[in-house]
Design a protein around this ligand. Structure first.
Ligand code: DP6
Length: 384
């Protein structure tokens, strides 16, 4: 058998947010979540893994730099994988080398660890011949990696088994092809402030935010049912309102922590305000937004609305002329002037150029994908 494999995996961006764990050791969330896995063409973690009887020790390289294998989350994933391995025991004992890199633009502050752990787990499962749903193993690396282990529209179930977490898994509820017009814009915001890590933020929120329990018990289950309905019916109006509300509420729960946690900056808040004004001017939801544990905003919209919305966004958040060739990443997108009659209906000031660093334009993707040996990360690194 091949002792080496390479996989590429993208981020899964939640529209019903995961925030707060009921069990930190087993990474069991307080509530279920739903997210869309992005196309790995534009944003991906790529991982090559080799097991070899000649290797003397386990080693890992992230973006070309050797890191420690002693990271507890990495060790937990490896332990869970080895428990389920379907190859001869001697192979399980062979040492492992892991090379991982991502094509996310540097300093994007995107959920690279979720894509990384989903990619690592998928590659390990292939190498050790583990069949079935491996999202519960990726979860040990990072909660949101659980969703990134699948493609399309993904639901993560919180499960009931608090002893082992065996039923805390995710699955694709619809493939990417279900809603082919859906598009995603990752708006990367210039920001220099250090944020509270999501691990720390979740712990503080669970311990001190009075709203956390209410959200998990009363709001999220109902909203998940509504979101399933919106996605099933491809009802963008409903999808957008639920997405916006859930993002705002996750940040509201963080504000209610003590001391409060705020991930949004002025630019994030400005983007949110502009989207509401734009939707209002258009007479319905044309754009949805969601914000993770940082200032970047991820927007969802239908393909037909992308060019016009970008013209409005960039009228109010101008791009610095000198960086324009580097600014648009991902799929090709038109850059037209904003329609005057629409600008007149949107009462929003124009910011100084450069508040937005760049935009990644992508779509929903099919999930982890195996790559041929010639695309292995370690081989590529040698030739760089
Ligand atoms: C804000 O998966 O980074 O992206 O489970 O502690 O690794 P850990 O947290 P992480 O959680 C980030 C949560 C979020 C929202 C979401 O992905 O739903």
């Amino acid at each position: 058998m091949a002792n080496s494999v390479t996989f590429a995996t993208s981020i899964n961006m939640s529209v019903i947010k995961y925030w707060g764990k009921r069990n930190e050791e087993l990474v069991l969330p307080m509530n279920g979540s739903i997210g869309l896995t992005m196309d790995s063409e534009h944003l991906c973690a790529k991982t090559t893994i080799e097991i070899n009887p000649e290797f003397k020790e386990d080693r890992i390289w992230l973006n070309g730099k050797e890191e420690t294998m002693q990271n507890p989350r990495l060790q937990n994933c490896l332990r869970e994988i080895k428990k389920r391995a379907q190859v001869p025991q001697q192979m399980v004992n062979w040492k492992i080398h892991i090379w991982s890199e991502n094509n996310f633009p540097t300093a994007a502050g995107l959920a690279s660890s979720a894509a990384g752990y989903a990619c690592l787990t998928t590659a390990l499962a292939k190498l050790y011949k583990i069949e079935g749903n491996i999202s519960g193993i990726a979860r040990f690396g990072s909660g949101s990696a659980c969703r990134a282990a699948h493609g399309g529209f993904v639901r993560w179930y919180p499960g009931f088994d608090d002893l082992t977490g065996s039923d805390c898994i995710s699955e694709t509820i619809f493939p990417a092809s279900h809603w082919p017009e859906m598009r995603i814009l990752v708006v990367v915001v210039n920001d220099s402030k250090k944020k509270v890590s999501s691990i720390e933020g979740m712990t503080r929120t669970v311990q001190t935010s009075e709203f956390m329990k209410y959200r998990a018990e009363k709001i999220s289950p109902k909203r998940i049912d509504q979101m399933l309905e919106a996605i099933t019916n491809k009802d963008f109006e409903m999808f957008a309102e639920l997405t916006n509300r859930d993002s705002n509420e996750m940040h509201g729960v963080c504000w209610a922590a003590y001391p409060p946690i705020f991930y949004n900056n002025d630019t994030t808040l400005g983007i949110i305000e502009l989207i509401h004004l734009y939707n209002n001017a258009k007479g319905g939801h044309k754009v949805a937004y969601t914000v993770d544990a940082g200032p970047n905003a991820t927007l969802f919209l239908l393909e037909k609305d992308v060019t016009e919305f970008l013209s409005i966004l960039h009228h109010h958040f101008p791009i610095i002329e000198e960086v324009i060739s580097e600014y648009f990443k991902g799929m090709p997108v038109g850059n037209i002037p904003a329609p005057q009659e629409l600008l007149e209906r949107i009462k929003y000031p124009t910011n100084k150029p450069g508040k937005l660093k760049y935009i990644i334009y992508t779509k929903v993707g099919d999930g982890p994908k195996q790559l041929p040996d010639c695309e292995a990360v370690n081989l590529q690194s040698q030739f760089k």
